[in-house]
Design a protein around this ligand. Structure first.
Ligand code: T4K
Length: 394
């Protein structure tokens, strides 16, 4: 479809465009499900909707156990506590803070590894370089829904007697060698935050095929003393509510439509920006299924004419709230910056990666608006650079 929008960046700040997906299920369906909750007078504590959501996810993912929790961060924390690991955990620094926070909360010490420049994921080689004699856990992230080299990482875990677990917050509906992400490693953890492709407002789950791991996770998720095989002091309240599960069930039924919509938007962006030099899209091509959750661009400052930070500031001026996921890298965040980390690829990505608005609420006209603003930024780069170079933020 031809782009007919004129070459001026619209400054409609009263209609800002966000990166958050906001795949909101139809309000009438949500209200109907909420009426059922009020009729049953059963709002939380492993209610019927949570049980149904866990069953539906288990079937969708092809994994034996799905344990729903209040959000993705807590899901990771609880599962790490439940496997009882201590010592060091190798984790990429190019991730959302939650991945690393969960390790610290569970009493593990994050040891950062670098990532691959193409996939943005930790690899068997980068993980090997970060191993220490105290390593007990390897926690890679399937970033942007692109699966890690799971077989290679499992080999490293087997050789070193460590537990391989995955942060799959971005990866619902994605595959590795044709198999759905969710069944790999000791466990995988998903996020169902409002900005994710499956929206429970807040929510998350842990998936595993290991019965003993599932039992331990279910126990730690609940502070109740009925199950006594894990120390009471280890446990926490991480339960998902019925309201969250109601949203989740409706969202799950719509998931394939949402994925198709995302894919369409991703390709529209690619098409509209194909002639812009110095911008590179991360690929979702290939034989694996992707949820196209994030539209991720890498800005080559020399080729584009502006660096990523100035471009993000310029877009914000025009009501387009692009994000710098992930900046800063976790190796530069307190208290982890106390060591000298050598992570050149991560540093480069933290300086050059940005996400543009996508998801069900973003229309083709919105995409035109974003692409026009990007083209204007390139055209007017010399003046924009002078005007915005000293500003901070984005
Ligand atoms: N591991 C990884 C790799 C992750 O990326 C995440 C979370 C986690 C673990 C932890 O999962 P959760 O504990 O969150 O379940 C957002 C999301 O909150 C977060 O879930 C996500 N990753 C991260 C990449 O993005 P923020 O702090 O940047 O979100 P926020 O509030 O700035 O929202 C993004 C945009 O969405 C905003 O510009 C406004 C818009 N928005 C947001 C909400 C919540 C709305 O328009 N309406 C809304 O209700 O983290």
């Amino acid at each position: 479809m031809a782009n007919k929008t004129p070459m001026t960046a619209s400054s409609s700040n009263e209609n800002p465009l966000y990166v958050g997906q906001l795949n909101v299920p139809p309000k009438d369906k949500v209200l109907e499900a909420f009426n059922g909750i009020f009729d049953r007078q059963f709002y939380t504590n492993h209610g019927p909707l949570v049980a149904e959501f866990e069953r539906a996810l288990s079937e969708y993912l092809g994994v034996r156990h799905v344990i729903c929790m209040t959000n993705g961060t807590v899901a990771l924390m609880v599962a790490l506590k439940a496997i009882g690991a201590r010592g060091d955990a190798v984790v990429p620094a190019f991730t959302f803070p939650a991945t690393v926070q969960a390790l610290s909360y569970a009493g593990l010490t994050p040891v950062f590894c670098d990532v691959d420049p193409q996939t943005h994921n930790a690899t068997p080689e980068t993980v090997r370089r970060a191993l220490t004699p105290r390593t007990q856990v390897i926690l890679p992230v399937h970033l942007w829904g692109r699966a890690c080299d799971i077989d290679g990482l499992q080999d490293v875990a087997n050789e070193t007697g460590t537990s391989l677990v995955f942060d799959a917050a971005h990866a619902l509906g994605c595959t590795y060698k044709g198999r759905t992400i969710g069944e790999f490693g000791k466990f995988e953890a998903f996020s169902f935050h409002a900005t994710k492709i499956l929206n429970c407002t807040e929510g998350g789950c842990v998936t595993t095929n290991d019965d003993a791991v599932a039992d331990a996770i279910r126990t730690v998720r609940n502070f109740h003393e009925q199950q006594t095989f894990v120390d009471v002091s280890l446990r926490v309240n991480a339960k998902m509510s019925e309201a969250q599960a109601a949203m989740g069930l409706i969202s799950l039924a719509e998931l394939s439509d949402r994925i198709s919509q995302n894919k369409e938007r991703y390709h529209l962006y690619r098409e509209r920006l194909s002639a812009v030099s110095g911008l590179h899209f991360i690929d979702h091509a290939g034989s694996e299924a992707s949820n196209y959750q994030y539209v991720v661009l890498q800005v080559d400052a020399e080729g584009f004419g502006l660096d990523r930070d100035i471009l993000v500031r310029y877009l914000a001026e025009n009501g387009i709230l692009a994000r710098r996921y992930f900046y800063p890298g976790m190796h530069h965040a307190h208290p982890y910056e106390d060591r000298t980390w050598r992570l050149p690829i991560t540093d480069r990505l933290c300086e050059s990666i940005m996400q543009v608005p996508s998801g069900a609420m973003i229309s083709e006209a919105d995409i035109d608006r974003v692409c026009n603003a990007i083209r204007c930024a390139q055209r007017d780069a010399p003046t924009i650079r002078v005007r915005l170079a000293d500003k901070t933020g984005g």
